[in-house]
Design a protein around this ligand. Structure first.
Ligand code: SER
Length: 598
């Protein structure tokens, strides 16, 4: 193989170092303060506050490889291109260099470092609309580098405008494509850009705008560069492989699966197991355990789907841990937290695998019980029925799924084995009804989740620091942040603690926060090294913190925590703090929901 994922990652980071960028570690996969997403799904995602104008402690030129998770296309996983976990290589200018330098460096990286022949490269630029002009500037910079005019396509907003979501930073972009077919590819790119043999390998976004919830674009305080290169996909393209699953990222995992299974035909299931367990390991490495909530729920679904597909390829016995070890070996060097949390990862995998196997057994038992009952009843009134396929209505199948967590795929498989017709259409109807209900629930949950920096969310974010400090004071130093999610209405904070809090403890924590608010202390920050922050007893998540320097926010004697900000100016601005709910989130993790009353 010409290029491995490790090669490309190293080349990328070295290149940006040589252009005076600071390489920052990947953030964890769970956003700190963005209620609009369960996982980081792009390299820029953890950097949103800095693209919006906050000062980043590591400087104005950054680069990294970021762990990203996208579960939206989970049903496509197993084809040639879809993955639920992938690495995104990125570089950023936070109000420093802009189009000219970025395009020159992009060209240099592609042709000098990766040594791609310029004849096989094409680019697209923004065609222009009411928000931003036709990007002749970028087209000119590309031509100066040596990209022929016919290899530059002008494309509309659908293609060449990048936004994080419905709100937040966005802007026009220029994308780079590599021809993976025979020869050097067609001369003219504008007319052929839809050809799948042109693989998009890199995206340079000119982040200049912020979109507010009402859809309005306002210029950001600074012009940023945000770029992203999908690691696995690019390695596949560079090696002339048609599938990401053929890259080294998957080689050792698929090899191990082949050792465990004699099934040489079912490639899709093998790929699904490989992809899902890779993602599961990455989520677990951030200390998220399987649960029925949010990220823990996605993790549970990925694991259960992997286990089911493991059965499809006839793997006998438990295998999650065996595969996880291979994944940890492969990714642990680039992302040390994966190696560090190996024990937790393996323990949780085992627990879930055992539990799900029990669910499957229970579901199967129930299936047979019902089946036999039904069959006997029919046979009783009509002995000539013997030998005919039995019909099972979709509602019953749905109940089995709903009550026992018994997956429909298993019901279908058993159906096939025993000549039972299952009304899948009816099942799907029930399923959709249920899904519509839960979707309505989650939309409501995310509604108003602006991922913004409005006064309300900033105040709630500030209160989270005080809550964190209060919990450690009242419950002990074992309390660590496990997640935070803020909407304009409330804050939500997950933390490690083994048992339910008593009402006295809740009251004590509330009192601590309200005292801090009444004291009206000034909130200040100082930049320092991670080691200094630790020695000053600052709390917070150190694991993924960027480079040498971090920001430590202090609120008098009440709180000292590393964080990117932003915060209100003094604690007196917060109003009255009230804990509304204290509940279990997952094993060993509690969840608090709290509000500020004015
Ligand atoms: N944010 C852009 C992307 O995800 C570039 O980094 O493609």
């Amino acid at each position: 193989m010409k290029y491995t994922t490790d090669d490309l990652r190293t080349k990328w980071l070295d290149f940006w170092k040589s252009k005076n960028h600071v390489v920052i570690p990947s953030a964890g996969v769970i956003p700190d303060n963005d209620p609009t997403a369960l996982f980081h799904n792009a390299g820029m995602h953890p950097l949103v506050p800095f693209l919006m104008g906050e000062k980043h402690p590591a400087g104005i030129r950054l680069a990294n490889a970021q762990k990203c998770i996208r579960t939206i296309d989970i049903d496509e996983v197993g084809d040639d291109i879809h993955l639920t976990f992938f690495e995104m290589l990125g570089n950023w200018s936070l109000g420093d260099y802009f189009k000219k330098e970025q395009i020159a460096w992009s060209f240099e990286f592609l042709t000098k470092i990766l040594k791609l022949p310029v004849e096989k490269i094409a680019v697209s630029v923004f065609a222009g609309d009411e928000n931003a002009p036709r990007d002749e500037e970028s087209a000119e910079f590309w031509q100066k580098q040596g990209i022929r005019r016919e290899r530059i396509a002008y494309l509309d907003k659908k293609h060449n405008w990048w936004a994080k979501g419905d709100t937040g930073p966005c802007g026009p972009d220029t994308e780079m494509f590599f021809w993976v077919g025979d020869g050097n590819g067609p001369k003219n790119f504008q007319d052929t850009c839809e050809d799948p043999q042109w693989v998009e390998i890199w995206n340079d976004v000119f982040m200049q705008f912020n979109r507010s919830p009402d859809g309005k674009l306002t210029p950001l305080p600074q012009e940023n560069i945000d770029t992203g290169m999908g690691l696995e996909r690019t390695v596949a393209a560079l090696n002339g492989l048609s599938s990401v699953y053929e890259t080294d990222a998957f080689a050792s995992i698929l090899q191990k699966l082949s050792e465990l299974s004699d099934n040489t035909e079912n490639t899709t299931s093998k790929r699904i197991v490989a992809d899902h367990l890779r993602t599961a390991v990455v989520i677990l490495a951030d200390k998220i355990a399987p649960s029925n909530l949010d990220q823990g729920y996605i993790l549970r679904r990925l694991l259960r789907r992997a286990i089911r597909h493991g059965r499809k390829i006839d793997i006998s016995g438990s295998f999650c841990k065996i595969i996880a070890k291979v994944v940890i070996e492969k990714l642990g060097k680039a992302y040390p937290e994966i190696k560090q949390n190996e024990a937790f990862i393996l323990e949780e995998l085992e627990r879930e695998e055992v539990q799900f196997s029990k669910t499957l057994e229970k579901g199967e038992r129930e299936f047979y019980r019902m089946y036999t009952k039904k069959r006997n009843k029919i046979l009783h009134s009509d002995p000539s029925f013997a030998g005919n396929p039995l019909h099972i209505d979709g509602k019953w199948a749905f109940d089995l799924y709903q009550t026992y967590g018994f997956p429909i795929e298993m019901i279908e498989e058993l159906g096939k084995e025993h000549e039972i017709n299952i009304d899948i259409k009816e099942f799907e109807k029930e399923f959709k009804k249920h899904q519509a209900l839960s979707r309505a629930g989650s939309e409501k949950k995310f509604k108003g989740g602006l991922g913004d920096h409005s006064e309300r969310t900033t105040a709630l974010h500030t209160a989270t620091h005080l809550l964190h400090a209060g919990l450690r004071k009242v419950l002990g130093e074992h309390v660590e942040q496990r997640g935070s999610n803020i909407t304009p209405e409330r804050l939500r904070f997950d933390f490690s603690h083994p048992e339910k809090m008593t009402s006295e403890q809740i009251k004590e924590v509330e009192d601590f926060v309200n005292q801090a608010i009444q004291a009206d202390v000034i909130i200040e920050f100082e930049e320092m090294s991670v080691d200094d922050a630790k020695s000053k007893n600052a709390i917070g998540l150190f694991e993924h913190k960027y480079g040498d320097k971090v920001k430590v926010y202090s609120m008098g004697e009440f709180s000292k925590e590393i964080c990117g900000g932003p915060h209100v100016g003094n604690t007196g601005k917060l109003g009255k703090f009230k804990i509304k709910k204290e509940e279990a989130s997952s094993r060993g993790v509690r969840r608090i929901k709290a509000v500020i009353e004015n």
